[in-house]
Design a protein around this ligand. Structure first.
Ligand code: S3P
Length: 173
């Protein structure tokens, strides 16, 4: 199988389905899934929101970078990242070392709908400003997500459908 032991890493904006599509990939490929946000939370024994509140974003980014560097050393894994991970070129380089980097996309309105009840995303404004803050941040981050090897739209698709499409593409490489 051309995919071999290469890692499959998911990047993309909050609410593009990285975690659920990562789980579907893990299930279909019978691979362990490393969710970077969960790794950081387990190590710190705190929720991401608390880490942001207590120590600030820069500190979270350092923890995220360390967790990615460690996870990316492995092979045969599915790695799901937080929405800001792709901004740091060192993270992208690490994820590429042993595998493919897949970017997931969705329309701002879809993301708004998916994260509307989320209280654990410190970077999104609450209330009426939320859609605008999603649109602004998406524009800033677009060039970073575009650096992925492959891109998949998630609007209107189930996690399993996107996972199957990713596998089909990677097996052709
Ligand atoms: C972030 C996204 C979050 C989490 C943190 C920062 C971001 O992950 O890592 O709140 O900068 O976009 P999700 O993309 O899973 O929401």
């Amino acid at each position: 199988m051309p995919l071999g032991t290469k890692n499959v890493s998911l990047i993309g904006f909050m609410g593009t389905g990285k975690s659920s599509i990562g789980k579907a990939l893990g299930r279909i490929l019978s691979r362990p899934v490393i969710d970077i946000d969960r790794v950081v939370e387990t190590k710190e024994k705190r929720k991401i929101r608390e880490i942001f509140e207590m120590h600030g974003e820069a500190h979270f980014r350092k923890l995220e970078k360390d967790a990615i560097a460690e996870a990316a050393e492995a092979v045969g894994k599915v790695i799901t990242t937080g929405g800001g991970a792709a901004i740091d070129p060192a993270n992208m380089e690490a994820l590429r070392k042993n595998g493919w980097v897949i970017s997931l996309t969705a329309k701002a309105e879809t993301i708004y709908y998916r994260v509307k009840d989320s209280k654990h995303r410190p970077l999104l404004a609450s209330g009426e400003d939320r859609l605008e803050s999603i649109k602004k941040l998406m524009e800033i981050r677009r060039p970073y997500y575009e650096k992925a090897d492959f891109h998949f739209e998630t609007d209107g698709h189930s996690a399993a459908q996107v996972a199957e499409a990713i596998i089909e593409t990677l097996e052709k490489q």
